[in-house]
Design a protein around this ligand. Structure first.
Ligand code: NAD
Length: 260
């Protein structure tokens, strides 16, 4: 027997809420957390999409419940927490993953409405989710794990994704404050920053072969991430293996932000 504590990724008995779990990265995370034994709340603005994710988890014997939510609406976020508590008895892990890309336009052509729409979902909605989850975790008194999906767009700017990059940059900053303020309650808060990942959010880009190739050229591994490669970073940050990590950011981008 090695004289070290062996970390476990087991989530048995834990309840994990995952927003944006009807598609892409959130869907992969919901399945992965379920595979590791968590009770999973599949939360999404699209109930039909969430149901599809839940169906796969049910078929594999997982414990799952669907809640439709628009994360930009505080009353709906509060209901997400109360319904989770009613159904599974508490919240141990919250993955605030839902987000939108917004219009791909130079800043001079971005409208106030479009700007506010992106900020309202990606920044305000994620703040509302993390705050509601933290309040519930503090009430339970046994700590918790919050994982937020930011993006390498937080660091890069450019690419005609101004509002999106700004919203994700703000999340990287917010995570530092949350990590600091909620450490005393045993809650860790970290961000995952995915690079280009093969999901619906990139549908248009995937269809434009020339654009896709030019983006892949900037990635040393010369490929997109698969959603489960982002989900496994989320799982790590949500388990005891990452117990001493808080207020920080894990970049999962195949080396895209290494410069050069
Ligand atoms: P996706 O479009 O496949 O999934 C996003 C999900 O969020 C959808 O199911 C959608 O219905 C849901 N959603 C959208 N608005 C919502 C709202 N207001 N309330 C609740 N649910 C809502 O995209 P994805 O690529 O899986 O994106 C997940 C997260 O990863 C997002 O925050 C995105 O910004 C981030 N991200 C993605 C990439 C990428 O290349 N795919 C890169 C970096 C970061």
């Amino acid at each position: 027997m090695y004289p070290v504590q062996i970390p476990t990724f087991d989530c048995a008995g834990k309840t994990a809420v995952i927003t944006g779990a009807g598609s892409g990265i959130g869907q992969a995370a919901a399945m992965l957390f379920a595979a590791y034994g968590a009770n999973v709340i599949v939360a999404d603005i699209s109930e039909a999409a969430a149901e599809k994710t839940a169906e796969v988890i049910r078929r594999n014997g997982g414990r799952v419940h669907v809640i439709s939510v628009d994360i930009s609406q505080s009353a709906q976020v509060d209901r997400l927490i109360t319904e989770t508590v009613d159904h599974f008895g508490g919240v141990d892990i919250f993955v605030a993953n839902a987000g939108i890309g917004g219009a791909v336009l130079p800043l001079l052509e971005q409208t106030e409405n479009e700007f506010m729409n992106v900020i309202s979902v990606n920044l305000k909605g994620t703040f509302l989710c993390a705050k509601a989850a933290a309040n519930q975790m503090i009430h339970q008194g046994r700590g918790g794990r919050i994982v937020i999906t930011a993006s390498i767009g937080a660091f890069e700017g450019g690419g005609h994704h101004g509002p999106y990059g700004a919203s994700k940059g703000a999340l990287v900053t917010l995570v530092r404050t949350m990590g600091r303020e909620w450490a005393e309650y045993g809650i860790t808060v970290n961000a995952v920053c995915p690079g280009l990942t093969a999901t619906a959010i990139n549908q248009g880009l995937l269809e434009d072969k020339a654009l896709a190739e030019s983006l892949l050229d900037k990635i040393p591994m010369h490929r997109m991430a698969q959603p489960e490669e982002i989900a496994s970073a989320m799982l790590y940050l949500a388990t005891d293996a990452a117990a001493f990590i808080t207020g920080t950011t894990l970049i999962v981008d195949g080396g895209a932000t290494t410069g050069g």
